[in-house]
Design a protein around this ligand. Sequence first.
Ligand SMILES: C[S@@+](CC[C@H](N)C(=O)[O-])C[C@H]1O[C@@H](n2cnc3c(N)ncnc32)[C@H](O)[C@@H]1O
Length: 256
Amino acid sequence: MKNNQQIPTTSTHFDPYCPENIPLFEALYGENLISLGGTTAIDHMLSGLDVTGLNALDLGFGLGGVAFYLAKNYSMKITGIEVYTWMVEHAKIHQPKDLTDSLSFDTYLADGTFPFHAQTFDLVYSKGVLNHVANKNALFHQVNHVLKPHGLFVIADWIFPETTTDVSPALVCETKTSYQKVLSDNGFDTITFRDDSQEFLAYAHQILANLTKHQILIEQQYDKSLFSIIWQQHEELIQKINQHQKYAVRIVAKKR
Ligand SMILES: C[S@@+](CC[C@H](N)C(=O)[O-])C[C@H]1O[C@@H](n2cnc3c(N)ncnc32)[C@H](O)[C@@H]1O
């Protein structure tokens, strides 16, 4: 391998979140993004919600692209937090210069506390992150703490059927019931789930197209096997969505 790390395979878990993978992420997902669907999916995550101008927390901002887009197109003031220091550096370097007053990025320890006062944010959102977090209790308690009264927590994530047999090592297999419970236990109500699986099916097909488009770059910069690993992962994803073994959801919960 030219890089030490790969994106997760279905059989063994490697941590993909290293700076060497930035060209790979951007080839697959778009500029400064590490999740499916590009800006269409960002708009869709917030569709129907009145979020223009809000003071928001981006939980797991990755390369910062979601925050950059929302600061520009929704006039939001956004604070991003991540578990990797290099991501903070990346976001600070790549943030649009005319938006620096609206953006700030910081790290926190995954099992530590948020570095914010109570009731700081109108909105907390998290796109494509929470399937990495096994213990959501402590995290959601903190999300609730930093939200203003009746503030919104918006999540784009995957859920599984109640009787799932999925054993993907890289994912935490939440169900609708487990998500409802952990949100409710940590001070949220008015919890709604929207099934976005059809949209994510299209996004997964787009990844296959992006892979083909960037095959040479991927094969030159990374291990030869990576192209087919990613291809297989997304074919499996498409199959699971089609067979209703996995659902993409937008969850909205309100602080009680
Ligand atoms: C698939 S990427 C999504 C990044 C970004 N939200 C986006 O849409 O481009 C998942 C991100 O979750 C971050 N992450 C994993 N566990 C986390 C945690 N406990 N708290 C915050 N971020 C976390 C990873 O560092 C990674 O950047």
